[in-house]
Design a protein around this ligand. Structure first.
Ligand SMILES: Nc1ncnc2c1ncn2[C@@H]1O[C@H](COP(=O)(O)OP(=O)(O)OP(=O)(O)O)[C@@H](O)[C@H]1O
Ligand SMILES: [Mg+2]
Length: 273
């Protein structure tokens, strides 16, 4: 895996979102909708998988892969779609979406229904860490997606996904600990947690949560020959995050820059039948 190239790839997508810009493109568009616990992200790539546009909205309409506010979720996806469509001057007609590993039946269907209700045909539903693996070009190792509410684990061997799991922990858990420690509301804790100037101080408080996450991951990968762990998802933004994983699990752990945007990009990469 070429982490430098993956970083440049994700960075070019981040710039489009932040600057509300679009890139020129040829051919058909590939669209991804990530209905996360903390963020909803729409990603658009061209036929050659180059980023064309993107949009993000912080939302709490989906909890751990379950749609808790269907109408709200549809409204947000429609808004993101319209935002990108007006920048691009074209309609987005189809998309891929994703669910945490092991989401089955009606719950997976509800995620797809949100996208369909936003007037896009769903052509693929992938699992989140597997989508992330596609961006990083991982063929062997474990990809761990630590999002807001869920931590997804995918183990790959020779390019095949051989194991997936999902655990109900993530950034929300960290914010709850921060809220308790500083005696502030969840919303304030969320802000405090993301303040770059308080990172070091906050990490001391949430380190036990990261250690617990690492011990959970360790258990999942124990019976597999995993030589490298790739962490993605917004909750692993902390500078020391991967070092705690390495210390707890004993397996070298790498983190791309902009970990929050890796899975959303991977979903769009999977916008194919
Ligand atoms: N700079 C940061 N430092 C620490 N935590 C961050 C930072 N940026 C985002 N987060 C946390 O990352 C989480 C959101 O990450 P992400 O967007 O990957 O989750 P999600 O996809 O919405 O959730 P899930 O995959 O669990 O459904 C939130 O808990 C948020 O507080
Ligand atoms: Mg996610």
């Amino acid at each position: 895996m070429d982490l430098i190239r993956a970083n440049e790839y994700v960075e070019s997508f981040a710039k489009l979102i932040e600057g509300q810009q679009v890139n020129g493109y040829k051919g058909n568009l590939k669209v991804g909708v990530d209905l996360g616990t903390a963020n909803i992200v729409l990603s658009v790539l061209d036929e050659m998988d180059q980023p064309v546009a993107g949009a993000l909205y912080p939302a709490s309409v989906v909890k751990d892969g379950l749609v808790v506010d269907y109408v709200g979720a549809v409204r947000i996806v429609r808004n993101l779609k319209q935002q990108v469509e007006s920048l691009l001057g074209v309609r987005l007609t189809h998309a891929a979406t994703a669910v945490p590993p092991g989401t089955i039946g009606g719950n997976a269907k509800a995620i797809a229904n949100v996208v369909e209700s936003s007037d896009m045909e769903v052509i693929n539903v992938v699992d989140e860490p597997t989508a992330a693996a596609a961006v990083l070009g991982v063929t062997d190792g474990a990809v761990v997606d630590v999002g807001g509410g869920t931590t997804g684990i995918s183990i790959l061997k020779n390019g095949e996904v051989i194991y997936t799991a999902d655990e109900p922990t993530g950034g929300t858990h960290m914010s709850l600990v921060v809220a308790g420690n500083y005696k502030v509301s969840f919303e304030e804790a969320e802000k405090l947690k993301k303040d770059p100037n308080r990172q070091k101080e906050i990490f001391v408080v949430i380190k036990p949560v990261v250690e617990k996450m690492a011990s959970i991951v360790k258990r999942h990968i124990a019976s597999f020959d995993v030589n490298k762990i790739y962490v993605v998802g917004g909750a692993c933004c902390f500078e020391e995050f991967e070092n705690v994983f390495f210390k707890e699990i004993g397996v070298p752990t790498v983190k791309p820059e902009r970990p929050l945007l890796v899975t959303p990009l991977g979903i769009a990469l999977n916008c194919k039948k």
